[in-house]
Design a protein around this ligand. Sequence first.
Ligand SMILES: [Zn+2]
Length: 234
Amino acid sequence: MRLTFSASKGLVVTQPASICEHTLKDWVHSQQNWIIRNLDRSNAHPLTGEQNTPLERPQQIDIPLLQQTLQIHYLPASDYQVTANYNGNNSLTLSGMTDNTELCIQVLQQWFQRYARLPLGQLLAHTAEATGLKYNHYRIKAQRTRWGSCSSKGNINLNYKLALMPERWARYTVLHELCHTVELNHSNRFWALVAQFMPDYQTIHTEMKEATRMLPPWVNYPYVSSPVESPANS
Ligand SMILES: [Zn+2]
């Protein structure tokens, strides 16, 4: 079983058909802390954009960093979950309860976050090597509007959505965070360091103010997924 918050339907419980009502109620009740916590979060960030356009399952994913386009195939099966399988050859298959668009998008977001780790990690490593700027660890995250961050220990977080943006935006963001390993602020010295490696960074910095709107709708779909594993099915 799983819980999700949907923009159009509110709280959605996905359950196997076989489960009894009593077990279901008990389980939902046991999740109340999660529900309250995430309800606050969805209230704090009013959902925008998707009210006018009905949510659709994407047919493909363009990944400029890899110069790759993944084709997505949907394979309906009698299951209450959706499973993503990448079989190479630029082909991704989502199988299971694929008529549930929101569930498909949730699975796609989670799958793509893992898939983006490699190209973004490589970009970071190459940029560090080319500039001589050093970082400690990196993580790929799914922040709503932050594209990257850097801690005082030189740990860098990169948003997985960078893999869906024009390549130069991803390159700029990675460089920006690497420069923070030297200057942990936005002082003149920081911008001078960025300019040293990317003289036209200001153009990109300005372009990226529209970055959220440029992303494919499925990426921006606000989804809060339950971190809780389902209990044993009755
Ligand atoms: Zn910064």
